[in-house]
Design a binder for this molecule. Structure first.
Ligand code: GLN
Length: 488
């Protein structure tokens, strides 16, 4: 049952071949068996899961089943869940139990899905390997004995979905946190258009970049999850009215005489990537050509400056967002001699090194001496990148590019902060521009590990992004069934 896609499971639930309770138990058993190895969850919610499953079974019986009724999912532990602790993988929020439900997790409740638990991540979603988690890093289910990263920051979600500890999961993508972990675990990870999914009740990292989105094993499943997550939310002023209503399998946009111009980014051609990624990328392009896509070169002149701009803008927003954790209203409090001392002790004890680094950088670039040279300059680069994407989409319908240079690295790799930041080279520009981008498996490298490519579209072209991703998925044919990956 673990290997079923969401679509296949829904068919079986509808026909009565399996029950939501059986499906949920199968996943809870697997969490029991492999949860320790994978460290995918910070908190599991087995009682809640079984209650959700019983309610779903009742709805199947009386014919009122909903879009995701009975589907067991994982929720990134950045989304506030009422009555269930929500930690952001930080000591600061280790014991924080929200009294409200985030919009995204509420939509999952309304869809009838089953909550298995809260998935692990980098602390406050800052990182690339999920190693900054206060609860230890999640592990990649591929070649488990090698203890590879499942990516970050949504690494608990990708570990859970790839390992069969959830059928799908939520992620958030501020600079690549859905796409990079999905690529190196053989999954589909969709960063929707900024504003398509509400951020309300999601612990803030960098508000102008944070984008909730789905992680699944197939493009069809990702589309279904997105249709549940998307929609206008009056509680989020940046939420857009455009919805995403794709409940049916995605239609082809190529082949049978259909034409599409697919852009490749000239400036990325000069970036050195692994020979595996290069080979797979070229192979997938050849496949698209074979069904009638016309490949055109487009230019995003400032794309290589995206990293620098991101690592100014994201810390700046984070330093402001994280000022709220002061030990006064909620979260950790370490008593000091006076008010200032309490602030200092609380924040020094509550935040890990990477989070502190970002707050210091963010505060520095927002200071009156640096604001113009760093922050405003980064904002200008951001504008230019967004404009270049708009111009590129005059020449092509969609763009494709690699998601990462290479495959999953060992968790004990000793990289400097700048080396980690450099891994975001292929993902941050889409956040700066607010455009949708989906990472889809491109194939396996010679070491047997998966790699992904991204399909990028113009704002609100999320459906077409997924449609092209589905073509690539079919050509790549990566077998990502959990029992196949893990050999059990
Ligand atoms: N790796 C990036 C960072 O560390 C992206 C994180 C994210 O998208 N949440 O900021």
């Amino acid at each position: 049952m673990i290997d079923l896609t969401i679509h296949a499971a829904l068919e079986k639930l509808k026909s009565g071949e399996i029950s939501a309770t059986e499906l949920t138990r199968a996943h809870l058993d697997r969490i029991e068996k492999l949860g320790g190895d994978l460290n995918a969850y910070i908190t599991t919610t087995p009682e809640r899961a079984l209650a959700d499953a019983a309610a779903a079974d009742a709805r199947y019986k009386n014919g009122t089943a909903r879009a995701l009724d009975g589907i067991p999912i994982g929720m990134k532990d950045l989304f506030a869940t009422r009555g269930i602790r929500t930690t952001a993988a930080s000591h600061m929020l280790e014991n924080f139990v929200p009294e409200y439900e985030s919009t995204v997790s509420q939509k999952f409740i309304d869809s009838g899905s089953v909550l298995l638990g809260k998935t692990n991540l980098d602390e406050f979603a800052m990182g690339t390997f999920s190693k900054t988690s206060y609860f230890g890093a999640p592990v990649n289910p591929w070649q488990l004995e090698r203890k590879l990263t499942a990516g970050g920051s949504s690494g608990g979600s990708t570990s859970a979905v790839a390992g069969g500890l959830a059928m799908g999961a939520t992620g958030t993508d501020t600079g690549g946190s859905i796409r990079f972990p999905s690529a190196i675990t053989g999954l589909v990870g969709m960063k929707p258009t900024y504003g398509l999914c509400s951020r309300w009740g999601c612990v803030a990292f960098a508000s102008s970049l944070d984008t909730p989105g789905p992680i699944a094993r197939t493009v069809d499943d990702a589309a279904l999850l997105l249709s549940v997550m998307a929609g206008h939310d009056p509680k989020d002023s940046t939420s857009e009215s455009a919805g995403f209503n794709e409940h049916t399998p995605l239609e082809s946009i190529l082949g049978d005489g259909k034409k599409l111009r697919v852009g490749v980014i000239r400036e990325l051609n000069d970036v050195e990537i692994s020979s595996d990624m290069k080979k797979l990328f070229d192979a997938r392009i050849a496949d698209l050509k074979s069904i009638g896509a016309e490949i055109v070169e487009v230019s995003i002149p400032n794309i290589l400056d995206a990293l620098a701009a991101y690592y100014i803008i994201a810390p700046a927003e984070a330093s402001s967002n994280l000022a709220r954790y002061d030990g006064m209203r909620y979260g950790l409090r370490v008593e000091g001699n006076d008010l200032l001392d309490t602030y200092k002790k609380t924040r020094a004890a509550g935040f890990g090194t990477e989070v502190q680094r970002r707050m210091i950088v963010g505060t520095a670039v927002l200071s009156s001496e640096s604001y113009e040279v760093y922050f405003m300059q980064a904002a200008r680069v951001r504008r230019m990148i967004a404009d270049s994407f708009n111009a590129a989409f005059e020449q092509c319908g969609l763009i494709i590019c690699p998601t990462s240079s290479g495959t999953a690295m060992p968790l004990d790799s000793d990289l400097s902060p700048l080396e980690y930041y450099a891994l975001d080279l292929f993902t941050v520009a889409m956040n700066l521009a607010g455009v949708p981008a989906c990472s889809v498996p491109a194939g396996l490298a010679v070491n047997g590990l998966p790699l992904g490519v991204q399909v990028v579209g113009k704002r609100f072209d999320d459906l077409r992004v997924l449609q092209l991703a589905k073509h690539i998925e079919q050509f790549a044919g990566v077998d990502n069934r959990p029992t196949k990956i893990m050999g059990k």
